[in-house]
Write a protein that binds this ligand. Structure first.
Ligand SMILES: Nc1nc2c(ncn2[C@@H]2O[C@H](COP(=O)(O)OP(=O)(O)O)[C@@H](O)[C@H]2O)c(=O)[nH]1
Ligand SMILES: [Mg+2]
Length: 258
C-alpha cells in the first residue's frame, strides 16, 4: 500500500509523482472516489477500506492512495480522497470545489458522497448542488447536446451515499437493507430539478448506506478496545462488500478516464 500522493492540486494541476505511480501499475484498476463536507469522516472511511487503523487525512485538492485488492492481489484499487467542502465559501472557492467534484466523479469507477445526516435525508443530499452543474460541465458527445443529460449516465459511475452518525433508532437502515440499499427509498418523489432528483436521474445507480458513529463511550471502550463501534463495524462490512465485490451492475460499464 502506498502513502497518499497529491493527484491534482486545487488549480487542477496534475502532480507528476502521481503520474509516475499510475504508470507503474499493472493489472486491472478500480477507482473509488469520495467527496463531501469537511470533517464528516471521509478520510476515516477510506482508511477503513484500506484496512488501516491509523488515521491520516488529505490536503487540498484530490489525493490518491494505491492498494492491492484484498482478495485479488493482481488487481489494484485506487482511493481518491478529496479535501472537505467548507460550509462558507467565496465564489471562487466554490468554483474550485465544483471542479474537484466534477473531476472526482469522472475519474472514479464508484463515487461516494459522504455526509452527516441530522434531519430529513433529502435536505442533506440537496446540499450537493454541484450535481446539478454536471450536464453543463460534462458534454458526452459534442453533436448531441440536447441528449446530454440522458447520455451522462453512460459515463458517470455508480453513486453511493454514505450517511454518517445515523442514530440506531431510525428506520432508515432497515428500509435500505430491505430494498438492497436503493437510495430512493429515503427520498420522496420530486419532479423538481433538485440536487437529489438530479443525482437519481444522472447516475446509473444510486445506493445508500447508514453508519452509526464509530466512536465508543468509556464503558464500551473497555470491552471493544480501540476498534470502531460494533454497529459501525457491522454496517461497514455490508458497505465494503458492495464496494469491493465484483458486480456487473456497477463495474466497467463505461470507458475509463484514468
Ligand atoms: N462523529 C463522527 N466522527 C467521525 C466519524 N468518522 C471519523 N470521525 C472523526 O472525525 C474527525 C474528522 O475525520 P476525517 O476522516 O478527517 O474527516 P474528513 O474531513 O471528512 O476527511 C476525526 O477526528 C475522526 O476520528 C464518524 O462517522 N462520526
Ligand atoms: Mg479528509
Amino acid at each position: 500500500m502506498s502513502n497518499p500522493v497529491c493527484l491534482v492540486d486545487p488549480c487542477l494541476r496534475v502532480n507528476p509523482e502521481a503520474l509516475t505511480l499510475l504508470g507503474q501499475l499493472s493489472g486491472p484498476v478500480f477507482v473509488v472516489g469520495i467527496f463531501g463536507p469537511k470533517d464528516t469522516g471521509k478520510s476515516f472511511l477510506l482508511n477503513q477500506l484500506a484496512g488501516q487503523e491509523k488515521e491520516f487525512g488529505s490536503g487540498p485538492g484530490i489525493w490518491l492512495r494505491h492498494l492491492s485488492h484484498p482478495t485479488k492481489p493482481h488487481e489494484n484499487i485506487l482511493l481518491l480522497d478529496t479535501e472537505g467542502v467548507p460550509e462558507q465559501m467565496e465564489d471562487d472557492e466554490n468554483e474550485i470545489f465544483s471542479s474537484l467534484f466534477c473531476l472526482n466523479v469522472l475519474l472514479c469507477d464508484l463515487f461516494i458522497y459522504n455526509s452527516k445526516v441530522e434531519e430529513e435525508p433529502q435536505k442533506e443530499l440537496d446540499k450537493l448542488t454541484y450535481v446539478t452543474e454536471l450536464p453543463q460541465k460534462v458534454h458526452v458527445l459534442e453533436h448531441c447536446l440536447s441528449e446530454n443529460s440522458f447520455l451522462l449516465s453512460s459515463v458517470l459511475p455508480p453513486f453511493v451515499w454514505c450517511l454518517r452518525d445515523v442514530a440506531s433508532e431510525t428506520v432508515w437502515e432497515e428500509l435500505l437493507q430491505a430494498s438492497n440499499y436503493e437510495m430512493d427509498i429515503l427520498l420522496p418523489y420530486s419532479t423538481e430539478d433538485t440536487p437529489s432528483s438530479c443525482a437519481q436521474k444522472l447516475f446509473p445507480s444510486c445506493k445508500a448506506f447508514c453508519f452509526h458513529s464509530p466512536h465508543l463511550n468509556e464503558i464500551e471502550r473497555e470491552a471493544f478496545l480501540d476498534l470502531p463501534h460494533p454497529v459501525f463495524q457491522r454496517q461497514f462490512k455490508a458497505f465494503k462488500n458492495y464496494v469491493l465485490k465484483p458486480d456487473t451492475e456497477k463495474k466497467h460499464q463505461r470507458g475509463s478516464f484514468l
